[in-house]
Design a protein around this ligand. Structure first.
Ligand SMILES: C[S@@+](CC[C@H](N)C(=O)[O-])C[C@H]1O[C@@H](n2cnc3c(N)ncnc32)[C@H](O)[C@@H]1O
Length: 379
């Protein structure tokens, strides 16, 4: 179980998941200062307007406007920048906390956060969308490189839908287990309130509900991640290397990964291990993010293709391009069911900056920045 297998090794920040919105963070627009009422009493000086008087309504409006424009990172920046004004505002401390909690939650629920049901539902939409029309055998589930935030959220979704056992596996332990627990509390609550969002492919709602009801939500509510995970039926978190773990061969119906394969150094071994873990007919879904991850820092110093202009790869990026992933999958014995590629824009000027081997590649191959692969282990 989670408790016994967990190895709190050294955290590797280099694997930080990409931010959704890399736009620079603007300074918040200060609310207009109130005009002081003229003093009628002779000799009494009218109060000087406070510079940048804080208005909850204007901060809310600013955050909402940024979220409506899908500028989630800028909304985070606006909230952070408003902290000194919020702190100095003349209303009580509980109201200040309410602003922090609920504006933060609004940003999280708009997507792009590393925690929460909005992120989980985006992942579910992606996997289930790409699996449409493809039959799955019975068996277990693994999310490879499940990350250090909501590491068992997707495994829980698949467990509730009949995949057992279901695991998240990652080299990294949860970054803040208490946050992961609180996030699972929100996720389980959302599942309980909107089961139709999470019941997939004809899963019997009664069975789904029965499994859900057995989760000890109070453990998650109390911040006890390990105890909460232990209560989720046949779901577990493995803090291990996929290549060394002792999962049973030919036991998985489905394996997924999000933004993992662009980091692995030994792709043939990872694909071979995925193939060995799947039952015949089992499916692997991989979302691969081939953009230079430094472009997500938000400082504008690196573009999507910047690492293709350098002779050395940045730490933990393998710089493989879309055809490399397909070739490795075929070499490992997979059938490729879906190969969906999304291109970025490479200007003429930047094209001239490409170094070998990228300069010699077909432009179409170099400019793919995202790839969804659905692979099947042949029957
Ligand atoms: C960029 S993060 C993506 C995290 C998560 N999937 C997400 O989208 O938020 C890549 C993750 O893959 C994990 N990883 C890479 N190679 C792995 C391996 N061989 N076994 C287990 N986890 C691995 C890393 O530890 C890291 O947490």
């Amino acid at each position: 179980m989670f408790g016994s297998r967990l190895r709190f090794g050294k955290r590797d920040e280099r694997f930080a998941a990409p931010a959704v919105d890399p736009a620079p963070v603007p300074a918040p627009t200060p609310a207009p200062a109130p005009t002081p009422a003229p003093s009628r009493a002779v000799g009494i000086t009218a109060p000087r307007p406070r510079p940048h008087a804080f208005s909850e309504a204007s901060l809310r409006a600013q955050i909402d406007e940024l979220l409506a424009a899908k500028q989630n990172a800028r909304a985070v920046g606006a909230l952070i920048d408003a902290l000194p004004q919020l702190h100095a505002a003349g209303f009580n401390i509980k109201e200040k906390l309410s602003n922090l909690i609920f504006l933060g939650k609004r940003i999280q629920d708009a997507g792009g956060a590393k925690y929460g049901h909005a992120k989980l539902r985006a992942k579910i939409r992606s996997v289930t969308g790409f699996l449409k029309g493809h039959e799955l055998p019975r068996g277990g589930f693994v999310e490879l490189g499940c990350g250090a935030h909501d590491p068992v959220a997707l495994a829980t979704f698949f467990y509730l839908n009949g995949f057992a056992p279901a695991y998240g596996i990652d080299l990294l332990a949860p970054r803040v287990p208490e946050f992961s627990a609180l996030s699972m509390y929100d996720i389980v609550a959302n599942m309980a309130l909107f089961p139709q969002r999470y019941c997939w492919r004809g899963t019997d709602p009664a069975v789904f509900r029965e499994r859900l009801d057995r989760i000890d939500v109070a453990q998650f509510e109390g911040g006890n991640f390990a105890a909460g995970v232990a209560s989720v039926g046949e779901v577990d978190l493995l803090i291990e290397d996929l290549l060394d773990c002792d999962l049973a061969p030919a036991s998985l119906a489905l394996l997924t990964s999000f933004a993992v394969l662009e980091h692995v150094t030994d792709l043939p071994s990872v694909f071979a291990r995925c193939r060995d873990l799947l039952v015949p007919g089992g499916i692997a879904y991989h979302f691969i993010d081939m953009a230079d991850h430094r472009s997500y820092r938000g400082d504008g110093a690196f573009g999507t293709f910047a690492f293709l202009f350098e002779h050395e790869a940045p730490a933990n990026m393998n710089r493989l391009r879309a055809p490399d992933f397909v070739a490795a999958a075929l070499d490992a014995g997979f059938e490729v069911l879906v190969d969906r590629r999304i291109k970025g824009d490479l200007s003429e000027a930047d094209r001239a900056r490409l170094v070998a081997p990228f300069s010699a590649m077909a432009l179409d191959d170099v400019t793919i920045i995202k790839q969804h692969l659905v692979l099947r282990k042949p029957l």
